[in-house]
Design a protein around this ligand. Structure first.
Ligand SMILES: Nc1ncnc2c1ncn2[C@@H]1O[C@H](COP(=O)(O)OP(=O)(O)OP(=O)(O)O)[C@@H](O)[C@H]1O
Ligand SMILES: [Mg+2]
Length: 404
């Protein structure tokens, strides 16, 4: 099972290319579901058919669905939220504050992403192509499971009994029982988040396709997104540059000259982008007519993939973290490689917090759990090079077992 997430700057063609990729996959014999998490209903517009929350088979092997966020919220979250609100109200918290306290930012998007993986697991499809909406939202969304799981882990199970005890004292045993129901539901939410986090970080299962256009302002954002996703440990396995101006005939006459100049400029921008990353780049021409409906999308996908497999290279690239070491005992030296592509002007900061490293690149922070051997070491330095960040460690004698 593969999950391909399409994202990129607003209006670059994410929905169109996600739909085209799905149509092409289905035409080459792989059962595919294309699904949009974007509340704007443009996937249906691109495919030329209205869609809803239940996947519909449009062609042989091509399924499509538009997630119904309202329904997901009502079905999953609203009930839990009501339970929490009643509970807080019962404990003497006023309505307005209870309302505020039970707002969890991003929960809607999170339910959408979790629904994508649920559908991926239950359906007959081999590939799920996701039209994710614009980059900024997608980055926030992809970081959410980790952020929220951390938050829930701090609440559970550490504080569960404390809260129950307090409630029983303050508001009586009935309130405390209600708390148990709510806490169970929150516990299930935490489990879902953990599973979602694992699915996103599974580099053989989930990959991102970044859509861009051959313009400097857009490719600059693409480069920042490449770094941000790498910091999050999410694999990007393809860049698609959409709307490349086609050129015909000689550079004669104002119109032809304009097209040639535009094309040259676009090629220069793409050459810079390609030189800055190892991620393969494909291009799509700017068509004279909007590609709407399955046949037009398939035509566009043929331009995009020609005879290549849209699923890309089956080999899984090296993981984000690798540890190497030399020497023995307390004289040993270890190195942790964090394979993030960094722009030359990237602002990188590293801090050790107990058994984790906090890596911050251009204001985006990620906590990296240290492998066990490194937890008993001290950080003695770090370098930035072409392969990302290299952190040097030496054993901490106080934590290192003495030889027998
Ligand atoms: N290669 C192309 N040639 C011609 N028209 C295109 C091409 N790619 C996309 N379009 C058209 O451009 C418009 C925007 O495309 P699309 O909706 O796929 O972008 P998007 O990135 O999903 O936008 P949004 O950020 O609003 O979700 C649509 O009308 C689509 O039909
Ligand atoms: Mg779109």
């Amino acid at each position: 099972m593969r999950v391909l997430l399409f994202t990129g700057k607003g209006g670059v063609g994410k929905t169109t290319l996600a739909a085209a990729t799905a149509a092409h996959l289905a035409a080459t014999g792989r059962k595919t579901l294309v699904i949009s998490t974007d509340p704007a209903h443009s996937l249906g517009d691109a495919l030329g058919v209205p869609l809803d929350g239940d996947p519909a088979e449009l062609e042989d092997g091509l399924f499509a669905s538009q997630l119904d966020i309202r329904r997901l919220v009502d079905g999953n979250w609203q009930q839990l939220r009501d339970q929490l609100r009643t509970l807080l109200a019962g404990a003497g918290v006023d309505d307005l504050a209870a309302e505020e306290l039970t707002v969890v930012p991003g929960v809607e998007e999170l339910l959408a992403l979790s629904e994508v993986y649920r559908l991926a697991a239950v359906g007959p499809w081999e590939v799920v192509v996701v039209d994710c909406g614009p980059t900024a939202e997608t980055l926030r969304l992809l970081a959410l499971p980790e952020a929220l799981a951390g938050y829930l882990e701090r609440l559970f199970p550490t504080h569960r009994r404390v809260v129950r005890g307090m409630l029983a004292g303050l508001a009586g045993v009935r309130q405390a029982d209600r708390w148990d129901t709510a806490a169970d539901a929150l516990g299930r939410l935490a489990e879902r988040l953990t599973a979602l986090r694992a699915a996103l970080a599974d580099r053989s299962r989930t990959t991102v396709r970044l859509v861009t256009t051959p313009e400097r302002v857009v490719t600059a954002e693409t480069q920042r997104t490449l770094t941000a996703l790498a910091v999050q440990g999410i694999r990007v396995d393809g860049l698609v540059a959409n709307r490349l101006v086609p050129v015909f005939g000689p550079r004669r006459g104002a119109a032809a000259l304009w097209l040639h100049t535009r094309r040259d400029e676009q090629q220069a921008v793409l050459a810079e982008l390609a030189a800055s990353t190892d991620v393969p780049l494909r291009t799509v021409p700017h068509l004279a007519t909007e590609p709407i409906g399955v046949p037009a999308l398939q035509e566009l996908a043929r331009e995009l993939y020609s005879s290549a497999d849209p699923l890309g290279d089956a080999s899984v690239p090296p993981p984000l973290l690798t540890v190497s070491g030399r020497g023995r005992g307390t004289d040993a030296r270890y190195e942790l490689r964090i394979a993030v592509p960094l722009a030359p002007d990237a602002d990188v900061d590293l801090a050790r917090i107990a058994d984790e490293l906090a890596l911050t690149v251009d204001g985006r922070r990620r906590l990296i759990a240290l492998p066990p051997v490194l937890r008993r070491c001290r950080v003695i330095g770090a370098d930035v090079d072409d392969g990302g960040v290299l952190v040097h460690f030496r054993p901490d004698p106080a934590l290192w077992p003495r030889p027998e």
